[in-house]
Design a protein around this ligand. Structure first.
Ligand code: PBG
Length: 328
């Protein structure tokens, strides 16, 4: 049947009709808010390239966590800024380090908030790479035990999900084994399975102070041109025991999200990264776009592509809008 029998506009006529036939939903419970935690107290240091985001000391982080829980947001993911950096990224796997300290405080103050712990060495190493070095190369196999140690330290401190973002081969298996032996067989792993070497991480590296001091991450993160390789990454991480897989960044890789969801039918997370956030914020601050609408449209597009969960810096400002029924 074609026009005039068929008129797709009939079901677009009113807000109620549009709501009734809307295909994709977006809820605060689908969102995870990234937070940056640092040493000290009463620290709330703005991140210039990410308006509304801060490096927070643990006391401030707890207040933020309480507000996030009240908003019904699905969870938080923590990134730590250590007191000192060294070649092995020691504070990443120190039980008294910044992330375990933050996890214990959050778990106590907001027990129902889901706590994700990002696992990587780049915030903790003096050279800013995601693992330990052998010359100028990141040594994959020497890095694995350190990631495993960090994972058990975070699980012991109260992390509900362990999310390795380092892109070492074999890290999911190493972490799964360490968690099982350490008494955490029920702690899920969300692997950053398809993580691309992206220009869109720039603002994050300011926030987390994790810019590589030489070279780049192309020797371990994925080539933006590749999608079939992403499916191999996902297949391997699932075989190694990942409970959920992530695609990162989100917007330039919506096709990858869709293919992962269709091929594997597993829970999929997508990371709407710092540069994707900063672009919308910058344009909105200039009055060039409606920032709230652009954020809603972005997030629903990531859900439509197939993501179950979205890690996004928009979580705090979008959750109250969603509660009021806002849509793109
Ligand atoms: C660390 C890590 C990065 C991000 C999350 N975990 C940065 C990187 O790989 O350099 C980026 C997140 C963002 O840009 O929002 N391995």
């Amino acid at each position: 049947m074609t026009y005039p029998t068929t008129r797709l506009r009939r079901l677009r006529a009113t807000p109620a009709l549009r709501a009734m036939r809307r295909e994709t939903t977006l809820a605060a419970s689908n969102l995870v808010a990234p937070l940056f935690v640092c040493h000290g107290s009463k620290v709330r240091k703005p991140v210039a390239s990410m308006p509304g985001h801060f490096q927070l000391s643990v006391d401030e982080l707890v207040r933020e966590g309480e507000a996030i829980a009240k908003d019904g947001i699905g969870g938080v993911i923590l990134f730590g800024i250590p007191a000192a950096k060294d070649a092995e990224g020691r504070e990443a796997y120190d039980e008294k380090g910044i992330v375990p300290t933050a996890l214990r405080a959050l778990k106590k103050a907001v027990p129902d908030l889901i706590l994700w712990a990002d696992v990587c060495l780049c915030e903790y190493t003096s050279h800013g790479h995601c693992g330990v070095l052998n010359g100028e190369k990141v040594d994959n196999d020497k890095t694995l035990p350190l990631l495993a140690r960090a994972s058990t330290a975070y699980a012991a401190a109260g992390a509900d999900l362990i999310a390795p973002s380092d892109m070492m081969d074999g890290r999911v298996a190493a972490i799964r084994k360490a968690l099982d032996l350490g008494g955490f067989p029920d702690t899920p792993i969300v692997s950053y399975a398809a993580k691309y070497a992206s220009a869109f991480y720039g603002p994050f590296r300011e926030a987390a102070e994790s810019t590589p001091q030489f070279g780049d991450r192309r020797g371990y993160q994925m080539d933006p041109a590749n999608a079939a390789e992403a499916l191999r990454e996902v297949a391997l991480d699932l075989e190694e025991g990942a409970d959920m897989v992530m695609v990162k960044p989100a917007l330039p890789y919506l096709d990858v999200i869709r293919r992962v969801k269709e091929q594997f039918q597993v829970p999929v997370a997508a990371y709407n990264v710092s540069g994707e956030f900063a672009m919308i914020k910058a344009a909105a601050q200039n009055g060039w776009i409606d920032g709230e609408r652009a954020a809603l449209e972005t997030l629903v597009s990531i859900r439509r592509a197939g993501a179950d969960v979205i890690l996004t810096y928009f979580a705090r400002e979008i959750a109250p809008l969603l509660a009021k029924g806002a849509t793109a």
